[in-house]
Design a protein around this ligand. Structure first.
Ligand SMILES: Cc1cc2nc3c(=O)[nH]c(=O)nc-3n(C[C@H](O)[C@H](O)[C@H](O)COP(=O)(O)OP(=O)(O)OC[C@H]3O[C@@H](n4cnc5c(N)ncnc54)[C@H](O)[C@@H]3O)c2cc1C
Length: 471
């Protein structure tokens, strides 16, 4: 990578114009730190282009001069992918000014948006056209659709609608040599060779900069039921999910697991309280939706409860009787990433295994972690309807973080080895970035790694696009 001399900085500023760059160190600061303050980098220049042509000009200049580029969306990523290194030899392209909704085609059930649109604004624009854009996650008020597609974000509705990459029909991307790949098609069928857009979905800005996307829309839900269910055991969770899928005709949109420790720390740090009078140990937050007004989801939920109380899986449940009660139940799940940090934090893992293996995976990992360090508390929650477990090995309150980290050095290996035994993934939805580069080298097969590196080398010949991230 080349040091960025003042002449290049001058030319880059000239491309975007005086209102679209930041070179003041203080103002650059929020762009070079991630949301939880875990990654810190540096850059001499943040560019905020306002058109695809502008992005293309910037990238061409950087490619010709071997200058590294870090694309950034809402900067809510959790693996350091959108933060520059501390070399000072990379410029940062923030997509925040490319935030237009270009088109909504309600009959085709599609919308075309610029990459810098905030996710909640994409949802709102779809809603105003009487359509649903179903991607939904805790960071939706600040993450951008370009970031969501680049990380293949998951979230709470994957069970029904799939990950971000399943919600895309077309893409426009500026490639690492500055060429614009225009794949903005609104087609549901197009078998004309390789599906090129898939290369950029989930590649964390290492193969190009996504500038626009055609997204799939769906009918708005007309009926919805939200319930917090107390389960007799962890093993009961996949059994309840399976019954819900059968009895509701797959009208289940979300199935989020939380354990007792989650409810305890929510009660300590928020005004949210356990809605049950008894202290249960396992919970599922369940949401059913249908675009049919006559779907009778409440009745279907009751029928499922009858079956699952009879087979001993469900012991109690509260069903939201208003939108505000449903919001309160969701708040419990959504506050967890913040609340475990308030509790003191710990080691966090974003693992996926087959849904049917989730209980065995959690039980085995908990046992092995506790054997290795007996003072830690395990906290588990997550989108387990998709087999995605957020497993947190919490630091005890009276131990300082440095001591905790030095005494728990082998916990990561335990977790990733255990996930591998279940043929699981070491990063279910947060990606690789810089945080999980080593794991990629260890847990991907030689063939997969070699294919990834070949693709990277052939598309980004000078290795300028988000260098040293992922591969
Ligand atoms: C409270 C909270 C809850 C979260 N919940 C979830 C969840 O449920 N599911 C989930 O999957 N994630 C979740 N995340 C993680 C994060 O929100 C997602 O990864 C999100 O998709 C990142 O979007 P962003 O716009 O913030 O991207 P950034 O953080 O800015 O960037 C992420 C990566 O994408 C690249 N990138 C960004 N924009 C572009 C572009 N236009 N073109 C090319 N590359 C680009 C960056 O270089 C970087 O590698 C959560 C985070 C927080 C803080």
């Amino acid at each position: 990578m080349q040091k960025i001399d003042s002449e290049i900085i001058y030319s880059l500023k000239g491309i975007v114009g005086p209102n679209n760059y930041i070179d003041d160190t203080k103002k650059i600061d929020p762009y070079v730190k991630d949301i939880w303050g875990q990654y810190n980098g540096t850059t001499p220049l943040v560019l905020r282009p306002i058109s695809t042509d502008m992005v293309s000009e910037i990238v061409t200049l950087c490619n010709n001069n071997n200058i590294g580029i870090v694309p950034q969306g809402g900067n809510t990523g959790l693996v350091g992918g959108g933060v520059p290194s501390d070399s000072g030899m990379e410029i940062l392209i923030s997509m925040d000014k490319m935030n237009a909704v270009c088109d909504i085609d309600a009959v085709n059930y599609t919308m075309t948006v610029e990459a810098g649109c905030i996710l909640s604004e994409v949802q709102d624009a779809a809603f105003s056209a009487n359509r649903l854009f179903p991607l939904s996650l805790g960071a939706e008020g600040s993450c951008q659709i370009g970031g969501n597609l680049s990380t293949n974000a998951g979230g709470t509705a994957v069970l029904r609608y799939g990950n971000a990459k399943e919600l895309v029909l077309g893409l426009e991307v500026v490639l690492p040599n500055g060429t614009i790949y225009d794949g903005l098609r609104r087609l549901r069928k197009d078998n004309t060779g390789y599906d090129l857009k898939q290369l950029f979905l989930g590649s964390e800005g290492t193969l190009g900069i996504i500038t626009k996307a055609v997204l799939k829309l769906f009918p708005l839900p007309e009926d919805k039921v939200t319930s917090l269910v107390a389960l007799s055991s962890l093993e009961a969770a996949p059994r309840l999910l399976s019954s819900l899928r059968e009895i509701t005709g797959d009208n289940i949109t979300a199935f989020e697991y939380m354990d007792r420790a989650c409810l305890d720390i929510l009660e300590t740090h928020t005004d949210l309280s356990d809605p049950f009078s008894e202290k249960y140990s396992h919970f599922a937050l369940v949401e059913l939706t249908s675009s049919r007004v006559d779907a009778n989801l409440y009745d279907l939920l009751e029928r499922t409860f009858k079956t699952t109380i009879d087979d001993g899986s469900v012991v109690d449940a509260v069903v939201a009787s208003s939108e505000s009660q449903a919001t309160q139940l969701w708040k419990m799940r959504e506050m967890l990433p913040e609340v475990y940090r308030l509790e003191g934090g710990g080691l966090t893992f974003d693992i996926s295994v087959p849904v049917s293996s989730v209980p065995e995976f959690i039980n085995r990992s908990t046992k092995l972690c506790n054997q290795s360090y007996d003072k830690g508390v395990v906290l588990t929650f997550g989108h387990i309807g998709d087999g995605n477990v957020h497993f947190i090995f919490m630091k005890p309150r009276d131990v300082n973080m440095d001591d905790f980290l030095s005494e728990t050095k082998n916990i990561s290996n335990i977790m990733y080895d255990t996930a591998a035994e279940f043929n699981g993934s070491f990063s279910a939805e947060h990606g690789v970035g810089v945080y999980k580069k080593n794991e990629l080298e260890i847990y991907k097969s030689k063939v997969e790694l070699s294919l990834m590196k070949t693709l990277k080398r052939s598309i980004d010949v000078n290795n300028i696009m988000n260098p040293n991230k992922v591969v």
